[in-house]
Design a binder for this molecule. Structure first.
Ligand code: FEO
Length: 403
């Protein structure tokens, strides 16, 4: 019995034929709490063109959606904008099934696909900024290297004004609604920020340059069609403007207080530091790692000015939750943060020093004197914590005025 999946019409000749992954909750360390979509697009011009494919286990869903408008064997060309497996995992099987005349990718895409599949896929490389007419559909390809892989490119379909933007401007959000104007803005903005913070942040310099270059092209945009989440057909400046803002990483008067605690002492210190931060004029997000996912910490740090971290000493070191989260954050290279370290200990007391070294590796500018307390904090200790919070808030203010 044929699978009941249907294509979704975008314009008279362009359809969404992707797949919805309602179940996924982990995307290599990123908590995809709302699931995701793998978007693929079908262009029914004089030739039939498939833009991107889907993760391997979702191939049948994509093929069923294609079949709802055209026999898959009629696909003449495939454009692969990005080689990561969530968009190319089903490509070899799709090629084997539909036998297209051509498969296009960027020059780096050609290398990446051949090194993924090792099976002699015939890929035709396209030059950066080159245009190609495929059966009455005029595409222009723009390389977006390191946004977020070396092979990444976007494809612009001129007649329909569609920018197929691969991961850029996407979000992990599974929904039966495929257009952004039918979804709640607060949810989309949160998920887009989470996507940027966890996937794109490291490449913020390239983002700024790429946006500048794309802006100079004055494309007549009617749709932005990313590879995850909804398609934008209204408010087309919103995502590029947000990317510009996020890429700049200007510090805000917001602090993240990140900690774990064994018997509550480091937790008490976190609360006292937070009180100091609030009194100093900062907005505070207290994130106990016993109940916080690392990808939510990355999201909170996106529009932030300070990172204050606390851990008890456990086995001469820091809590494993802190090691996990700070390793992840270090990889994302957030900028323009000030911060400090704190923690309780029983006898050896190495955690604060180790946390401070990790903050230095993340290039968090140290403020004040880190606070270390044996066993349980006294009211004087908590006053020292509060004073540290006040100092961090003052440093944030100063940094903000500098930028
Ligand atoms: Fe959605 Fe970089 O793959």
């Amino acid at each position: 019995m044929p699978e009941p999946f249907k294509a979704v019409k975008i314009t008279d000749r362009v359809y969404w034929v992707g797949a919805i992954d309602w179940a996924i909750r982990d995307f290599h360390g990123y908590n995809t709490s709302r699931g995701t979509t793998y978007n693929a697009y079908l262009v029914l011009a004089d030739k039939v063109i498939l833009v991107d494919t889907v993760k391997a286990p979702f191939r049948n869903e994509m093929m069923a959606r294609i079949r709802s408008v055209v026999e898959p064997g009629k696909i003449d060309c495939i454009i692969s904008n990005h080689s990561e497996m969530d968009h190319s995992g089903s490509l070899p099987e799709v090629i084997a099934e539909v036998k297209p005349e051509k498969v296009f990718a960027s020059k780096m895409g050609l290398k990446a696909l051949s090194r993924h599949f090792h099976n002699g896929l015939e890929i035709t490389p396209v030059e950066n900024a080159s245009s190609l007419e495929i059966g009455g559909a005029n595409f222009t390809f723009f390389e977006t290297r390191m946004l977020h892989w070396p092979d990444s490119m976007v494809s612009y379909l001129a007649e329909d004004g569609i920018l197929f933007s691969q991961d850029a401007f996407g979000m992990h959000l599974a929904s039966s609604e495929h257009f952004a104007d039918r979804l709640p803005m607060d949810v989309m903005q949160r998920e887009a920020a989470k996507y940027y913070a966890n996937i794109i942040l490291l490449y913020s310099q390239q983002v700024a340059k790429t946006l500048e270059k794309l802006g100079e092209l004055n494309l007549d945009l009617k749709f932005i069609a990313p590879d995850h989440g909804p398609i934008w057909r209204e408010d087309l400046g919103r995502m590029p403007d947000l990317y510009k803002k996020w890429a700049a990483q200007k510090p805000n008067m917001k602090a993240v207080v990140l900690f774990d605690t064994m018997w509550g002492s480091t937790g008490k210190m976190a609360n006292a530091i937070s009180e100091g931060l609030i009194e100093g004029g900062a907005a505070v997000k207290v994130m106990p790692l016993s109940s916080t996912h690392r990808s939510d910490v990355a999201t909170e740090l996106l529009e932030c000015g300070a990172l204050v971290v606390g851990s008890p000493t456990l086995n001469n070191g820091i809590f494993p939750t802190l090691a996990d989260c700070l390793t992840y954050i270090k990889g994302l290279k957030p900028k323009n943060l000030v911060g400090a370290a704190f923690g309780s200990y029983g006898w050896s007391g190495e955690s604060v020093k180790q946390l401070a070294a990790m903050l230095e590796e993340i290039k968090v500018e140290p403020v004040g004197e880190n606070v270390k307390v044996q066993y349980v904090p006294t009211s004087d200790d908590l006053e020292r914590c509060k004073a540290l919070g006040l100092q961090v808030a003052a440093a944030m203010k100063e940094k903000r005025e500098d930028k």
